[in-house]
Each structure stands twice: as C-alpha cells, then as structure tokens.
Write a protein that binds this ligand. Structure first.
Ligand SMILES: [Zn+2]
Length: 211
C-alpha cells in the first residue's frame, strides 16, 4: 500500500494554465505503452500538489499530513476520491479538446464535486473587502477533501467560462496533457515546447528519415 506521507520532493508541472487541468496532468505520459507515471500515489502527494499550487499554506499542509497519519482510512478515502474526480476531469477536458461533448457520468461527477465544494464556501472579510474562503477546520471530518474543493470549483468555472475553445491536448504521441492555449494566434500544440515539442519534432524527423 502506498505510504501516507508522499514524495514531497516531486515538483508538479503547473503549466496547464488552469488548476483543474494541472490536476488532470498529474499523470505523465498517459498514453505511453511502456508505462505512464502517476504522481498522485497517496494523500500526501495530494497535499504536496495543493501546497505547490498554493491552495493551502505549508502550515496547513503539515497539519493535514499530521492528521492523515492518525486517520489513515479517511485520508485514503479522500485520496481515492481525488483519483476518481481526476479521471473524470481528464476525460471531460480531453473530449472538449477533441471537439466532443463531455459524457454525462463525467459531467455529473464534476457537478457533484462542485456542489460539494460550494457547501464549504464562506464569505468573510470586513469593511470594504470581502472574499470567499474555504470552510474547513483542522480535524474536521471532511478536512482531507478540502484540496478537492478548489479543483472542482475551477473545473465548473472553466466549463461555464465560454473559453472552452482554448482547451487543448498536447499533440505529442504519448503525452495527452491538457492546457489552455492562450497564445495570440491559438497555435500552441504542445504542453511544453522544450519537452514534448522537441521530442515530437525529433520523432517526426526520425520517421521521415527511416521511411
Ligand atoms: Zn506534452
């Protein structure tokens, strides 16, 4: 069984341009027949992802890790729930990038997660400055799910943003990462030119030479 602490040293790639896409991209080389690498292998990995995205502070992250060490089954449940949501996000935005509709089960799952997130929002502030915050007490029953709330919210916001024509999927043969193409002439084809772009150019060059 995966350890609960995670591998804090792993640096997640956050180049998707949107939180929910970055979360969907936590699997490297999804379509590689030699094996994809999943970087969310336990609740601790989820906490590291949330810290790197600044969804939670390092103090909140340490709190969550300490609580997870004491409440392993709850933390594991939240971890499994996060993977189910992630796969729905991946399928949903892959479909959109391909010009298709999101399948109903995935749409309903994202809706459910976004509604759950809404229930945990609270308005706070004073005088002329108010903001939405997440309502989560350290030690609360749902504390391990808190990382999923902003992710679900970002997915619901992206789906309703009117910007879905900017959702793209990396064209490299095995990558499948999702990103928002915010280039001026909508010409971005790879998640990262220095990785997939160059690899793909080398591959096509090789194919031309050895045809
Ligand atoms: Zn790529």
């Amino acid at each position: 069984m995966a350890d609960i602490v995670g591998h804090a040293e792993y640096e997640f790639d956050l180049s998707g341009g949107n939180l929910c896409l970055d979360f969907a991209n936590t699997v490297n080389r999804r379509q590689d027949p030699d094996g994809a690498t999943d970087h969310i292998n336990c609740h601790g990995d989820l906490v590291s992802f949330a810290e790197q995205c600044e969804l939670i502070s390092p103090e909140q992250g340490n709190d969550l890790r300490a609580h997870a060490a004491r409440e392993r089954s709850r933390a594991n449940r939240a971890f499994r729930k996060s993977l189910i949501l992630r796969e729905s996000l991946f399928r949903a935005f892959s479909a959109i990038a391909a010009g298709n509709s999101v399948e109903q089960p995935d749409l309903r799952r994202i809706e459910g997660a976004a509604l759950e997130a809404l229930r945990h929002r609270t308005l706070s502030g004073h005088r002329d400055n108010y903001q939405w915050e997440w309502k989560s007490e350290p030690g609360a029953k749902d504390q391990f799910d808190r990382i999923l709330w902003p992710i679900a919210q970002s997915a619901a916001e992206l789906l309703t943003s009117g910007k879905l024509d900017a959702v793209r999927q990396c064209e490299a043969a095995t990558c499948a990462w999702l990103f928002l193409d915010e280039s001026r002439n909508h010409s971005r084809r790879w998640c990262d030119m220095s990785i997939c772009g160059n690899r793909e150019k080398a591959r096509r060059h090789y194919q031309r030479k050895h045809r």
